[in-house]
Design a protein around this ligand. Structure first.
Ligand code: PAF
Length: 284
């Protein structure tokens, strides 16, 4: 695996692949790679000839400077892990390469950015959309891979790709969890041991909602009530527990077809998010 620092190097490295009709799979990341990221890379490896992974801690998507400063930067071990999972090229640019002096453009996606993470973290999705749009233009992949864990980010990226006619397919890869249910996240390493246990409130809330739907209790009141009870039991105050449409992120009154339960909570100093796709075929 080769590590590239500049946009020109990436374009040069992929020119031959593109000319020869070799397919390109792309996994954008901010580094601190865990099993969830490696799953994205392995999925891409199975489907493409050239696998590009990017590591860029994107400053424009952080609304809290402390969070940006605390974000783990471990490029050497990330490079080893990415190569082990099957990456061919690692793009690890500087902030100046991505945002040179005079940079003045922002990609703003409406719709799914207005609520939940968008409401809690003003500007966050503008930063995500802008950097993902740039990365897709730089790499020019056939398919880009995103984790289901960041379901709202996934919806925003899909909306942007459709609205701007970007020639790429977006593939979602299921959330990877620890055996006790906690969704893998680079932030988990910052949880104190007691908070690690309390953090299970999020995944337990999702399981409780799933059980409610399986029992035929599909109204939002029932699903949300079951989920909120798990937060109360763990003594964790959620930022939000919402039943939404997985594409628009608008609230829905019941699980009728496909819906998504999205949860977020601050546990100790760490803000965690999780979600569960829910399906019911019961008609109303
Ligand atoms: O999900 C992430 O790690 C980031 O938001 C992404 C998609 C790499 C953009 O910086």
């Amino acid at each position: 695996m080769r590590t590239l620092r500049t946009i020109a190097e990436v374009r040069a490295a992929l020119k031959g692949a593109r000319r020869d009709g070799r397919s390109i799979g792309f996994v954008p990341t901010m580094g601190a790679l865990h099993e969830g990221h490696l799953q994205l890379i392995r999925e891409a490896r199975q489907q493409h000839d050239e696998i590009v992974v990017s590591i860029f801690v994107n400053p424009t998507q952080f609304d809290d400077p402390g969070d940006l400063a605390a974000y783990p930067r471990v490029e050497a071990s990330d490079a080893e892990a990415a190569a082990g999972a099957g990456a061919d090229l690692l793009f690890a640019p500087s902030a100046a390469e991505m945002y040179p002096d005079g940079f003045a453009s922002t990609v703003h996606v409406g719709g799914p950015t207005d609520v939940l993470e968008g409401a809690s973290r003003p500007g966050h999705f503008d930063g995500v959309a802008t950097v993902v749009c740039k990365l897709l233009n730089i790499v020019g992949p056939d398919i880009a891979y995103f984790g289901q864990k960041d379901a709202q980010q996934l919806a925003v990226v899909r909306r942007m790709v459709a609205d701007l006619n970007l020639p790429v397919e977006i593939e979602a890869v299921p959330t990877v969890r620890d055996p006790d249910g906690l969704a893998l996240s680079s932030r988990n390493a910052r949880l104190a041991p007691a908070d690690r246990q309390r953090a299970l409130a999020l995944s337990r809330a999702l399981r409780a909602a799933e059980c409610a739907v399986a029992d035929g209790r599909v109204e939002a009141g029932d699903v949300l009530g079951a989920a909120r009870a798990e937060f109360t039991a763990a003594g964790v105050e959620p930022d939000y527990v919402e039943l939404v449409d997985p594409t628009t992120f608008a609230s829905v009154p019941a699980v009728n077809g496909n819906a998504l339960l999205a949860v977020a909570a601050r546990v100790g100093d760490v803000r965690l998010i999780d979600n569960q796709p829910l399906t019911s075929t019961r008609s109303h």
